[in-house]
Write a protein that binds this ligand. Sequence first.
Ligand SMILES: *Cc1c(COP(=O)(O)O)cnc(C)c1O
Length: 372
Amino acid sequence: MTHPFLDLAPLSADHFASVERRVAGLMDTSQDVVIMQGEALLPLEGAIRGTARPGTVALNIVTGPYGQTFGDWLRDCGATVHDLAVPFHTAVPAAQVREAFAEHPDIDFVSLVHAEAATGNTNPVAEIGEVVREHGALFYLDAVASIAAEPVLPDAWGVDLCVIGAQKAMGGPAGVSAVSVSARAWERMEANPQAPRHSYLSLLDWKHRWIDGGRKALLHAPAQLEMLALEACVERIETEGLAALTARHAHAAAATRAGALALGGGIEPYVYEARDAAPVATTLRAPAGVDASELVARALAVDPALPLVAGGGALAKEMIRVNHYGPQATRGVVQSSLAALGGALAELDGAAGAGAPVDLEGARRAVTAAWA
Ligand SMILES: *Cc1c(COP(=O)(O)O)cnc(C)c1O
């Protein structure tokens, strides 16, 4: 008896290369794109360990939890790290990056997260990229939460290492990921004696044995199911059109924000300015005195399929995330999410005998208006 997930023919090198080409198309890049056989943390870590070493002077921009992790890896590689941290409710302005270079002209590596699903902000990568290019530093970008939700253009922006994953706006699998690598980044890795080699973390192994060999032989058996799922997800994106998909995310973010403002009850957008809010996910601040994780739990009791989650770690008490990823970036999901949050809030307020009034009908109208 054959099974749809089992008994598959092996994934050929040609097939693998064709998925790589289509993924590169989503980033509009002519750089080498390597599909890594693991979740996005694999290329995120591999790219830092490949390029950073003692002597590297890194500007690590922290707009959420991932930036903190990158700083730890950079320090572990022996790099000197200047952290530029901005509050989670905003984006980092390019002018602040310019100031950092003025203060530390020897910076030769910049790490940045494009959009943060965990905090709901998005950074002006094109403007920051201009500053980074002026100073000739290597530019590393985590675009896991932005790819397919907003334009990601490594070539146009001068990004040397651009990491993406399929599990957010692409609506795809989490077990494989990709990174585009510029010629400059390859040179840095080749010249780095401590870059991982003969290692699962190694990007150079993929260059030497896969790319330089004309993409004829894979390094090891690929994660076949994940690769097929990635192909199916890229196919679905190509059918809808990348522009239509990013527009859908922009609509979902704008509508969630407008709906939350109209809902009232003390709920507010977590990211102050709409232009700093990520299209992939909208974060909201729970009303004073209301525990965000309790609010989310009550909303999910009504409909467990809604893409609602409380903030991670220390943010669990105050932040609500509406993860309108991929297939969830619809007006219906946004409407239902806000209705469930409004209902839960009214319930909690009723129990406490307090709270600002909740306007479910106003929220519904605001979502419809913002979507149009
Ligand atoms: C989601 C995300 C990742 C991948 O992390 P998971 O929690 O495994 O999905 C990496 N970077 C950013 C900025 C992300 O939002």
